[in-house]
Design a protein. Structure first.
Length: 166
């Protein structure tokens, strides 16, 4: 089943309101080593970048589906902006240590408020985002292969998906 379509049904949002965000395995390993949560890493995004859920020139993102190790980590509802500043000023101490090791310039960022959502997709392996596509970590409606990203879902999970929506 197409991942974005499943999430749109479960969350009752249009496809344009969904972002599929694939965190790199190397970054996730470094996050874990520093004690940074995937949630915090997802919540802090550079302003006006392809990762910005409220980018002023793109459709506003209401649901971000986080993919880690080629598995659906969790969908989150983006409920607002908690803070703006550099990633060093709005991140936790662990996040600041993680970012300082990257030796990158501090970006002006937003820290979004994210609400974890239930989904039948959590823990499922994705298809359609092969290794040759890892350089494209963000997919929105209209992106190169947004509609090709799928998950294998059983009939019982589809029934559960119906229950989640009601």
């Amino acid at each position: 089943m197409q991942l974005a379509e499943l999430i749109a049904q479960e969350c009752q949002v249009p496809l344009a309101a969904i972002m599929l965000l694939r965190h790199s395995n190397a970054n996730v390993q470094d996050l874990r080593r520093h004690g940074v949560s995937v949630e915090e890493y997802t919540a802090i995004q550079p302003i006006e970048s392809k990762y910005d859920f409220f980018h002023p020139h793109k459709e506003r993102i209401h649901i971000v589906v986080v993919i880690v190790d080629d598995l659906i980590f969790r969908p989150f509802r983006v409920t607002g902006i908690e803070a703006e500043g550099t990633e060093f000023s709005i991140g936790s101490e662990a996040f600041r240590r993680f970012k300082s090791e990257e030796n990158s310039k501090p970006w002006l960022c937003r820290r979004f408020s994210l609400q974890p959502l239930p989904s039948t997709a959590i823990g499922l392996r994705i298809r359609g985002w092969e290794l040759s596509r890892t350089r494209t970590p963000v997919q929105r409606l209209g992106s190169a292969f947004f509609n090709e990203i799928a998950v294998g879902i059983s009939a019982s999970a589809e029934s559960l998906s119906e229950q989640v929506r009601t």
